[in-house]
Write a protein of this length. Structure first.
Length: 229
């Protein structure tokens, strides 16, 4: 795995340079890309999003925001009512970063609470919420919304495909057979129940989506602008 991750990291660093040139903004996205890669791979391997990475990234995102702010139209509309925040570029940048962090983490907390209410079990850990705190400081409100949208959509599609594959390949079939012999249900329904319980790491898909927003966010904004016109 290590050579593949190192190759991916190198390619993404080159993509940062090709996308943003040799500018201070490039260094911001180099750090962000490195953090996201660590979180994405760690979540795949051990289902953890370490606080040491998330909180370090949160502080780094706020530090970058004071000089390279994640300003977007949504943030500007919200802050227009508070002129004292928009006069100073440093204060404006940090304010947009904080709003982005709050938007991402609170939305994910609300989704987690709704999932537990409907399904009766936890659907995500607090690591995902902390990760979106960090992502929000770098991407701002608009980028954070896109990350959540693309991440959950990608995770849902791949998750559904994986459940179908696990069902048809008889994953944990012996467990289903034992339950069937005990009269707990039909074999097919038990196999489907077991397959549908498989949990994918949401943080991995959020990380992939965040990188898509970094490299294609401007193109997405242009397409959205043309559509709205």
């Amino acid at each position: 795995m290590y050579p593949a991750i190192e190759l991916l990291t190198g390619l993404l660093f080159v993509a940062c340079y090709l996308t943003f040139g040799f500018t201070p903004e490039t260094f911001k996205w180099l750090f962000f890309t490195g953090l996201v890669i660590v979180l994405t791979i760690t979540d795949v391997r051990v289902r953890l999003l370490p606080d040491a990475v998330n909180f370090f990234g949160l502080g780094l995102g706020l530090a970058f925001a004071s000089h390279i702010s994640p300003i977007d139209p949504t943030c500007m509309r919200l802050l227009d009512r508070f002129p004292f925040l928009t006069r100073n570029p440093m204060v404006l940048g940090v304010s947009c970063a904080i709003l982005g962090a709050a938007a991402g983490s609170l939305l994910l907390l609300a989704a987690a609470a709704l999932y537990k209410l409907v399904r009766g079990r936890d659907g995500m850990g607090m690591g995902d919420v902390k990760m979106m705190l960090m992502v929000g400081t770098f991407l701002g409100i608009q980028g954070t919304f896109l990350t959540l949208l693309f991440g959950t959509l990608l995770g849902s599609l791949i998750g559904l495909l994986l459940v179908i594959v696990l069902f048809f390949t008889g994953w944990k079939g012996k467990v289903a057979e034992r339950a069937n012999r005990k009269g707990l249900g039909s074999l097919s329904s038990l196999r489907w129940t077991i397959a549908s319980r498989y949990q994918l790491p949401l943080g991995t898909f959020l990380g992939i989506a965040a990188l898509l927003v970094v490299f294609f966010g401007r193109w997405i904004d242009m397409q959205a602008y043309r559509f709205l016109r």
